[in-house]
Ligand binder design. Structure first.
Ligand code: BGC
Length: 813
């Protein structure tokens, strides 16, 4: 224990109180020990610090004080550049110091199980190796300034639909190889001060009270020394949580949790040692941050930070197509700039990560500043009340395109399509944008599309355009960064961190997503992203790891040593890359490993190393990548450990998962005497990834147990139910339609209001809904009591608190 002396000086009540937040954003301090309250705030790609004073007239808003909005994780992941992420972390850390923020809530690292995930923009990748390395780098950067991070949402929060209640049913091997693996790397290599547990359940147990996750794996096996904090309002049962390894409840339970802990210790339900361990961990987070914040006179250079946000965006954008090298644009070419996003860029996602940016660069201004000949038109409208129709917009754009040398369309996903709180319904761009791209590209064969959005989209229109530059959600400097890349001041070097499938129906979990009211079953197992597409040999639109450059690269001289290897020693992979073009550029070289013949089912290939190499024209560099035994192992559920099966392994170096340039076979000896599990009889469909329609029995064989019973109908609602669960009742229906009046059905606020369990309504509404009122509400939802106007008002007024928004929603019905 690090802080035994302090702990000894505290009473039982004080210790229990330390495990509960002070308010929405602070942990408690202890004055007599000189331990201050510290502020925890979102994250992950900027500081969302709530203003001290609430302005009653301000629109309902999640916005915090102005700060730099860096590109979101879906963007930065495409840089494949841990050093850049570490630098971004340092910048974020400096901003935390200035704003007195002790812990930044991020990075988010959940796997992109489906491109429909509403919060995918906040996560890195479909690949755990890439996500783990980048998250570790970001954590190191932030924490180098002394402030903490919170790696989230541990560990299988892969969808927004019913994220507070859904039970993720996942087999042990898939957990280890896919859903835990990135967390493992980030914890071991990044050493985050805190880990935030998920809201939802894993195999029946809530994230906040999952002992296997929090204690057995995270703390004991991986040696995590920090504190586990609940996602905001993810508390289920305080005492069970503490026993399982949940250290800190956030936001405050207003003393409810404290009292429960004190009682449990007094009754001997939980030993005081467990409490002491949690307090020690929390104190360590607080004391470390407090030391960094002491005598705080930081004042970061806003311009410098804005420019760093631009550089990160430029190094992350992905050039997905560039026929006839129409990009980079030439100064003298006349350009038709088309699309509202060129003026009002989509640069970040919605929900708790929303940043109030210092300034937003838009592309139109940047074209102007460059002094190049261009015209601009909207192309489409974001305003449903606009008087100008779709056809008029398109006609105008077609005319502009026909008069220009090149047409550049700024298209992408509007805000309402993706957000924390709900998932996307399809992978399409808005139909009016698709129609625009089609019309403009027939009017001008030199059409380029600049795409924005936080996740993969279907691209049936790609064949009609010559170039696609994907700028994702590129942060506040997205506009100037885009124009810099379009004109070749910066050579694009990003590579996709997720596959762009041809169609939603091709995605591996399509038939299982988002599950029932109660469960979401991960029947596709380890086949996520390219692991599935490459094994099942499915066509994809743009593969994982893919990205073009304004120059060309050649791979040569692959050398892998030793060729007969043993798992206790690293294998070294070396090869050369040459820039064969005429401009400087960077290539992300990737190393994949394939077990050529395996007893267990395995993916066609898995990413096990990568390196971003900057090269001048004509320059050659040697890349060296070390592979340890994990690069060859699968997770063996019989021995509950990693297992290398002896045999031949192919080592592949390439430019994407579908563009392998060099390969070599080596022999690797086994890591254990244990026999290899054989699934060929019990789970035959998993061999070759025939996984889109796995029958119950086969999935049960993989799970090693029966599937949980799906309750068909909800009879009596309990405190764990949500307003959405109550929609079938008379009063539930009424409340549902009242909420619709105050929060758009397609909004974060609506999703939270409808999908927060009643018990969490109490803890998260900061007193707006008391426990007594909640008990009454439950009876109302069960249609045992009438719905009163007073109660309806209380619920409506509690919503802003649930999302910690400024309460413009506060109204009477
Ligand atoms: C989100 C977290 C976030 C927290 C605090 C939760 O609803 O899931 O990612 O850090 O709120 O805003």
């Amino acid at each position: 224990m690090k802080h035994q002396d302090i702990i000894k000086s505290l009473t039982l009540e004080e210790k229990a109180a330390m495990c509960d937040g002070f308010d929405y954003w602070h942990t408690k301090g202890i004055e007599r020990n000189n331990i201050p309250q510290i502020m925890w705030t979102d994250g992950p790609h900027g500081i969302r610090k709530r203003p001290e004073k609430k302005d009653k007239n301000q629109a309902a808003s999640l916005l915090g004080v102005p700060s730099i909005c860096f590109p979101t994780a879906a963007t930065t992941a495409c840089s494949w550049d841990p050093e850049l992420l570490e630098e971004m972390g340092e910048y974020l850390g400096e901003e935390c110091l200035q704003e007195d923020v002790g812990v930044l809530l991020g990075p988010g690292i959940n796997m992109k199980r489906s491109p429909l995930g509403g919060r995918n923009f906040e996560y890195f990748s479909e690949d755990p190796y890439l996500a783990g390395k980048l998250a570790a780098a970001l954590i190191r950067g932030v924490q180098s300034k002394g402030v903490g991070t919170s790696l989230k949402h541990f560990a299988v929060n892969n969808q927004e639909t019913r994220r507070m209640t859904i039970d993720a049913v996942v087999d042990e091997r898939t957990m280890r190889e896919i859903y835990l693996s990135a967390f493992e790397t980030a914890v071991k290599e990044g050493k985050p001060k805190t880990v935030m547990c998920m809201y939802n359940r894993l195999n029946g147990v809530y994230g906040a009270e999952n002992k296997w996750l929090l204690t057995d794996v995270l703390k004991k096996e991986w040696g995590f020394e920090g504190a586990v904090v609940t996602d905001w309002g993810a508390e289920n049962n305080r005492v069970e949580g503490l026993k399982a390894g949940e250290d800190l409840e956030m936001p405050t339970s207003n003393g409810v949790g404290t009292k429960k802990i004190v009682d449990a210790v007094k009754r001997g339900v939980i030993s005081e040692d467990i409490l002491d361990d949690s307090v020690d961990r929390i104190l360590d987070v607080i004391i470390t941050s407090a030391n960094a914040l002491k005598g705080n006179h930081h004042n970061y250079d806003k311009i410098k930070h804005h420019l760093k946000a631009r550089e990160i965006a430029e190094k992350s954008f992905v050039l997905m197509k560039n026929n006839d090298n129409i990009l980079p644009l030439k100064r003298e070419q006349s350009i038709a700039v088309i699309g509202r996003f060129a003026k009002n860029p989509r640069y970040q996602g919605a929900g708790s990560s929303i940043i109030n940016p210092i300034k937003i660069d838009n592309a139109v201004d940047s074209f102007q500043q460059r002094g190049v000949p261009f015209t601009y038109c909207d192309g489409y409208t974001m305003n449903p009340k606009s008087r100008k129709g779709i056809v008029e917009h398109i006609d105008e754009a077609v005319y502009a395109a026909s008069q220009a040398d090149v047409a550049v369309i700024f298209a992408g996903l509007p805000d309402s399509y993706e957000s924390e709180g709900f998932d996307r319904r399809n992978l399409r761009l808005p139909p009016e944008q698709v129609a625009l791209i089609e019309a403009v590209s027939s009017a001008n064969k030199n059409t380029a599309v600049v795409l924005s959005g936080g996740g993969a989209v279907e691209t049936p229109w790609a064949k009609n355009v010559k170039a696609i530059l994907n700028t994702f959600l590129g942060g506040e400097a997205i506009g100037s960064a885009t124009v810099n890349v379009l004109y070749g001041d910066v050579n694009p070097s990003g590579k996709l961190a997720e596959t762009y499938p041809v169609s939603l129906y091709d995605t591996p979990c399509h038939n299982y997503w988002p599950g029932s009211t109660f469960t979401t079953q991960y029947r596709e197992s380890i086949y996520i992203g390219y692991r599935y597409y490459d094994t099942a040999k499915k066509n994809v639109a743009f593969p994982f790891g893919f990205g073009l450059s304004y120059t060309d690269f050649e791979y040569s001289d692959l050398n892998v040593t030793p060729v007969k290897a043993k798992p206790d020693k690293n294998v070294t992979v070396r090869f050369k890359i040459t820039n064969t073009g005429s401009v400087a550029g960077a290539e992300v070289a990737q190393v994949y490993v394939k077990d050529k013949k395996s007893t267990v089912f395995r993916p066609e290939k898995e990413l096990k190393g990568f390196k971003k190499v900057y090269l001048e024209p004509g320059e050659t560099k040697e890349v060296e990548i070390e592979l340890d035994s994990r690069a060859f192992a699968f997770y063996d559920v019989n021995i509950h450990s990693w297992h290398v099966e002896s045999g031949d392994f192919e080592i592949m170096a390439g430019a994407s998962s579908r563009d392998i340039k060099l390969e070599k076979t080596i022999y690797m000896a086994s890591s254990t005497d244990a026999p290899c599990p054989d699934y060929s009889e019990t789970c035959p469909d998993y061999y070759g990834a025939n996984i889109t329609n796995i029958p119950d029995e086969e999935f049960e064989n993989l799970l090693g147990r029966k599937l949980p019973k799906e309750r068909r109908k909800l009879h009596t609602l309990s405190m764990s139910n949500t307003l959405e669960d109550a929609l079938e009742g008379v009063n539930g229906k009424k409340i549902g339609s009242i909420i619709e009046k105050f929060a758009d059905k397609n909004s974060f606020a609506y999703a939270i209001a409808m999908q927060t369990p009643i018990k969490n309504f109490v803890s998260m509404s900061m007193g707006a809904l008391s426990e007594r009122a909640a008990s009454y509400l439950l009876r109302v939802l069960n249609d045992e009591k009438p719905l009163t106007t007073g109660l309806a008002n209380v619920i409506v007024n509690a919503i802003p608190n649930l999302i910690n928004a400024i309460p413009k929603l506060t109204k009477s019905i």
